[in-house]
Design a protein around this ligand. Structure first.
Ligand SMILES: Cc1cc2nc3c(=O)[nH]c(=O)nc-3n(C[C@H](O)[C@H](O)[C@H](O)COP(=O)(O)O)c2cc1C
Length: 410
């Protein structure tokens, strides 16, 4: 006799899942077409001088583009003179125009698009020797002195500087601009309840704390007027007690989405001032990092660096658990960043619903890794997360394990 009840030992009928996204499929990001889903994350190159980008910086991004990414990101460019984190960081002023234009031409010549990260380093800028600016005065361990709180005039001036910097990039032929809203830099500092202790219209409630960051992004959006894709690199969490946490960060992201000022958000975390290793994971090369600073900061780092550079074990795709709830809460395109070495992780992240995947250290280690993934020559990268590349950022960032003949920019 044949029963019409379902057989209990039959395999459950599986609804077919959505087809996996091909990492090599093109993607339209706002006004620009990307050839695949790979982005080179900003890794400060240390290849600018007082006149802006050097030939080395042009060659660095040409080589990364030739290695297969869709979008290469020129790392932190300060929108204001006092917004540099280190003395030789590029300020988006007229003298940077020829070098930036050459970077755009070189990257386009390799079939990729180019972005630049713009921002104001805030309290981190104290490393230049000038008095750092921040939402509220604080002691900066980098400069060994107190920062100065920005006032209403500073906020208006810096907002205009964000717009001017983005306009300059568009005029130089860039395809995208990435507004830095992470790592304790000025806009991220405003979001942080720990760093922003103001009780005026720029501090207190989250609504007030996000006013300046939203205003800066809106100014950028208006300035580029559809010529560039606008990306925000946002902290999901500062990784410090009392700092911005994921729940508030999601509200910020949703607000940016509602503002309609952003084409994508790249999700990061940590604080360059208070918990830098949170954003990298892996080894903390304390002595190498200390050597990059002048005295007395060098001595301070040699003695107390272990405390400041609290290290976290590296895990492949380490920000996925933090980032997934952002995917659920948002419709905006999202860029995943954090510990991607394996092509399988790229596929997983795309299956999680992220549109793009940014990679930093893996591409310093192997600038042509994406091409090697594509050709089948590699399925995983060779970065060992020793983080010694971080100690190079003042004089030409590179992976110490890479053969000098293969180094981009060298
Ligand atoms: C040497 C180095 C320099 C970096 N410079 C920047 C920077 O200028 N701006 C930024 O937002 N992140 C910077 N980062 C962080 C990366 O963009 C990225 O968020 C982080 O390295 C995690 O990605 P990964 O695991 O693929 O390297 C830097 C990372 C490294 C290793």
């Amino acid at each position: 006799m044949v029963s019409d009840r379902p057989r209990s030992d039959a395999p459950p009928a599986e609804a077919p899942g959505p087809p996996s996204v091909d990492p090599f499929s093109p993607y339209r990001l706002g006004p620009i077409e990307l050839r695949n889903r790979f982005v080179k994350a900003a890794t400060f190159e240390g290849m600018s001088d007082h006149d802006g980008p050097t030939d080395q910086l042009v060659e660095f991004h040409r080589a990364i583009a030739a290695g297969g990414v869709a979008l290469s990101t020129v790392a932190f460019c300060a929108v204001s003179e006092e917004g540099r984190a280190t003395p030789l960081e590029m300020v988006l002023q007229a003298k940077a125009v020829p070098g930036l234009t050459r970077i755009a031409e070189a990257v386009h010549g390799e079939g990729a698009a180019v972005s630049a990260q713009i921002g104001h380093a805030g309290a981190v800028a104290a490393a230049t020797g000038s008095r750092g600016r921040s939402p509220s005065p604080m002691f900066s361990p980098m400069a060994m002195r107190r920062t100065k709180a920005v006032d209403d005039d500073d906020i208006a001036r810096i907002t205009a500087d964000f717009a001017a910097g983005a306009t300059m990039l568009a005029d130089c032929g860039f395809d995208a601009v990435e507004v830095h809203m992470g790592h304790g830099y000025l806009l991220s500092g405003f979001l942080s309840p720990r760093l922003n202790r103001r009780n005026d219209r720029w501090g207190g409630s989250l609504e007030h704390r996000m006013r300046f960051p939203r205003q800066a992004v809106e100014a950028v959006r208006r300035a580029v007027d559809g010529r560039l894709a606008v990306i925000v690199k946002l902290n999901m969490t500062d990784g410090i007690r009392g700092g911005l946490g994921p729940e508030e960060s999601r509200l910020v992201a949703r607000r940016l989405e509602a503002d309609g000022t952003v084409d994508a958000i790249e999700l990061t975390g940590g604080s360059s001032l208070q918990n830098p290793m949170f954003l990298f994971k892996g080894d903390a090369p304390v002595q190498e990092l200390a050597a990059g600073f002048k005295q007395p900061i060098r001595l301070g780092m040699q003695l107390f660096g272990d405390r400041f550079l609290h290290s976290y074990p590296f895990e492949e795709g380490y920000f996925r658990p933090l980032a997934q709830p952002f995917r659920e809460a948002l419709d905006l395109p999202l860029v995943y960043v954090g510990g991607v070495d394996h092509l399988a992780t790229v596929r997983d992240v795309l299956d999680d619903g992220f549109e793009l995947v940014a990679m930093g250290r893996a591409l310093l280690r192997e600038p042509d890794l994406i091409e090697r993934y594509r050709s089948g020559a590699a399925t995983e990268g060779e970065c060992i997360h020793c983080n010694r590349c971080m100690a190079m950022i003042h004089h030409g960032t590179h992976c110490p394990l890479l053969d000098p003949a293969e180094r981009p920019g060298w």
